[in-house]
Design a binder for this molecule. Sequence first.
Ligand code: GDP
Ligand code: MN
Length: 418
Amino acid sequence: MKIHEFQAKVILAQHGVPIPKGFAVSTVKQAEKAARDLGSKAVVKAQIHAGGRGKGRLVANPNRTAAMYAKLEADPTAHEGRVKGSPVGGVRLVNTPAQAAAEARKILGRYLVSHQTGPQGRKVRRLLIEEQSAVTNEYYASVLIDNALGAPVMIASAEGGQAIEEIAERNPAAIIRLPIDPTQGFPPFRGRQLAKQLGMPKEATFQAGQLFAGLYGAFVATDALLAEINPCVLTQDNRVLALDAKVNLDDNAAFRQRYQDWRDLHEEDPMEIKAEQAGIGSYVKLDGNIGCMVNGAGLAMATLDTIMLAGGEPANFLDIGTVNRVERVVEALHIIHLDPAVKAILINIFGGMARADIIAEGIVQAHRKFRIKTPIVVRLAGSNIEQGRQILDESGINLIQADNLGLAAQKAAAAAAA
Ligand code: GDP
Ligand code: MN
């Protein structure tokens, strides 16, 4: 699960990471008041679940976001540095409360397009109004799990401000990786060593130690997948601060965390929310045009791979898990059918605990109920397969059947392309 910058900063601050003073607001008036409370000078920051805001662009008409995205992709450097010059993106420096209000008016309600938002952009509903910092240097810092190592790592660089992928590409030697023994944690002394390695001035070392230790503390305490500060800055008076923050949370830990409080449904895919509300396994939206209904995560991955091999592109996958209720199958197909991007549906079910006849009955009922015109390719195997086939055959519904996954994927790719 993703959360907003202002929420990530609250979490970091709770673990001793210094952050700029600021207020999250959702109206122009609140933005103006916040800037006044901060003493006039401020930064106005769009809150969306995507980065690259400073170099992004705002668009009023949602139909124009794709064109703007294509423009940014064609020349990602076109707007670099504009944060400090004439304001164009989702991060703006202002000198007075009136300016804060004017910028808030230009940002709120518009769609912010950045290289991380995708072509649809993101509607801005909230702003973070922060005090300005006199930045002399920008660093990168993050904590994540290194799967190969089986342990968390602290990643840092003196070349902050840009995405870590960009630093890695341009100058991999500028990236420091520190493996962390979870039984030892990341104590402030290691943070102070890191500060030295990054070339931070002596006056900032103590605070940097607290910042890095706090970053790790926040990562562990919230069961995060990623905790990132980019940029982590040094100010003119040698303080260090988290100027931007990102915390991605692990949904598997939701049961023991307060994730619900931090959720912003506006930022999530409406179909994914619908699947969740219907209590149906997991639905994941993808970019292609073949809708996939499968059971089990492993089979889902294999199905997506096989579709790609056959030259198709999955539009989504809905893992219905082990389902033995007809209504659930009907609801699942409904959700896939609702996605306008879907030009063909591939149903790939291997009935172990799930029964093929119940799946077949669900397919038939959904087809009748929603008058599905989209071609459906069905590959069923496993328990009660004979009864399942019989139900499909006797229904008189026009389905494309396939005996194995490779064939099913080819047929789905062909149907989607037709
Ligand atoms: P992102 O573009 O979504 O990653 O948003 P950031 O919060 O990282 O802001 C982008 C850039 O704006 C930063 O890298 C800084 O260079 C600049 N910036 C943001 N806030 C301030 C500030 O208070 N003072 C100065 N001088 N620069 C800022
Ligand atoms: Mn940033």
